[in-house]
Write a protein that binds this ligand. Structure first.
Ligand code: GSH
Length: 217
């Protein structure tokens, strides 16, 4: 299998966590200006040009969530990231949507806004994104009060989504000090070996963070 992505990209890390959790063999195809031919093949395969993208022989899978679903179906390992119980899986998928839609998406709004020319910036959109993050942090704090991982006792797809989402969201718009459960969860995610490996992989690229990476984590 081949995974197209970038080590500093949150959604690439989401897929990498799943691969690392089960020690699944794959080749990483880094999207970088140094390898225009890799990017050209990626863009040919997926004109939407959002990464990661997984290629497995004749099959290609877009979207980090779908990549994790695909791995769990076709290359399962000891760590099952989607529960076999279909009702438990509903919760996992619901929480995966929460982290993508209400943490990652507003976080990316800040980043993409900063990358725009000053005259094209969207201050109203950023204000809305900030409010969304605050609401998401508050909801998550209550949700995590009695949980180790997002969907309960075991590490799942939802935690693969949560780890990079909360990692970068806290850099972008700090999680309030009062949200102790969210801070504790983020710290647990940072200690998880699969995500710790992603953080190390991204470390040399911190200068790319458009909002300025803090000197921590
Ligand atoms: N919905 C996609 C989102 C992927 C995404 O936003 N990827 C970012 C990197 S973290 C990207 O491709 N950015 C490049 C761009 O927007 O041009 C997924 O879940 O995989």
């Amino acid at each position: 299998m081949q995974l197209y992505g970038h080590p500093f990209s949150s959604y690439t890390q989401k897929a990498l966590i799943a691969l690392y959790e089960n020690d699944t063999p794959f080749e990483f195809l880094k999207l970088s200006p140094d390898s225009p031919e890799v990017y050209a093949e990626f863009a040919r395969r997926w004109p939407i040009r959002k990464f990661p993208l997984l290629v497995d022989g004749g099959r290609q899978v877009m979207e980090a969530t779908s990549i994790i679903e695909y791995l769990d179906t076709h290359h399962p390992g000891p760590v099952r990231l989607i529960p076999a119980d279909s009702d438990a899986a509903v919760d996992v998928r619901m929480l995966d949507r929460f982290f993508d839609n209400y943490v990652s998406t507003p976080q990316q709004k800040f980043v993409y806004n900063r990358l725009r020319p000053e005259a094209d910036r969207d201050s109203h959109g950023v204000k809305e994104a900030r409010a969304m993050l605050d609401t998401a942090y508050a909801w998550l704090d209550g949700h995590m009060a009695a949980r180790e991982w997002a969907a309960g006792d075991t590490f799942t797809l939802a935690d693969c989504a949560a780890a990079p989402a909360l990692f970068y969201a806290d850099w972008t718009h700090a999680i309030g000090e009062q949200f102790l459960n969210v801070h504790a969860y983020r710290a647990r995610l940072l200690q998880r070996p699969s995500f710790a490996r992603c953080v190390e992989g991204g470390r040399p690229h911190r200068h790319l963070f458009p909002l300025g990476a803090p000197d921590r984590d």
